[in-house]
Write a protein that binds this ligand. Sequence first.
Ligand code: G3H
Ligand code: ZN
Length: 281
Amino acid sequence: MTLSSTADLLTAARTARRAVAAFNVITLEHAEGIVAGAEQAGTPVILQISENAVTFHEGRVLPIALASRAVAEAAGVPVSLHLDHVESEALLHRAADAGFSSVMFDASHAPYAENVDRTRSAAEWAHRNGLLIEAELGQVGGKDGVHLGAHEPGARTDPGEAAAYVAATGVDALAVAVGSSHAMTERTAGLDFDLIARLRDAVPVPLVLHGSSGVPDDTLAKGVREGIVKVNIGTALNIAYTGAVREFLAADGKAVDPRKYLKPARLALAETAAQLLAVVS
Ligand code: G3H
Ligand code: ZN
């Protein structure tokens, strides 16, 4: 199937009052497992590669992006490519060449005025190059080990400020802080449903939930019903993937061929992706 665009996937999901899951790709097996999970669930999916993943690949975006693209093009369901949590303008400017149809530019850690300025410039560049751009207002904690308390400034996105931010920057999708936190390994996060509904009514663009691994299924499903359109998930897949590797190597301490343990890892990841897709899609 030809590569889909994130814009088309988000528009279709929003119209159907459902969401599209965007899963983090770190290795080729992630991309293969995510697409296998989406095929199992029979739903579209977004493959997203973060700036941190690019750093892991020694700063080279093309090898993992082009491999993911090839996996997407061989898929039996619609798949798009998204460049996630980009903090560097240099990486942003590589996005179009690498086959991404969307990018999340993340200046959420900066003071409001700087966030607006840098994001507006990023949006102008993205639109000149035909990309959808997502940005974040309020801080979804947990990224790179930085955690916010529930009542710290930035731990919740204000609807009025969100509307002004979207108007000032021209972004096409907005990541909001509504209770989730990155890198949770237990599914104990609650979402502020009332705030999601107020943000949905205040903001003209699709809302994005980051840090969705820590959100239980029923809470995730209600968050989607209240207006979340893109659901970002990374850690949940890595729990499945690493758990399967650990289990295999614990049972066979002499294994040396990576295919032996990466195959069950990819299968476990696919199963988790399929289950989460069934919740949000
Ligand atoms: O942008 C990516 C996500 O927000 C993933 O967060 O690893 O906590 O699921 P997570
Ligand atoms: Zn995120």
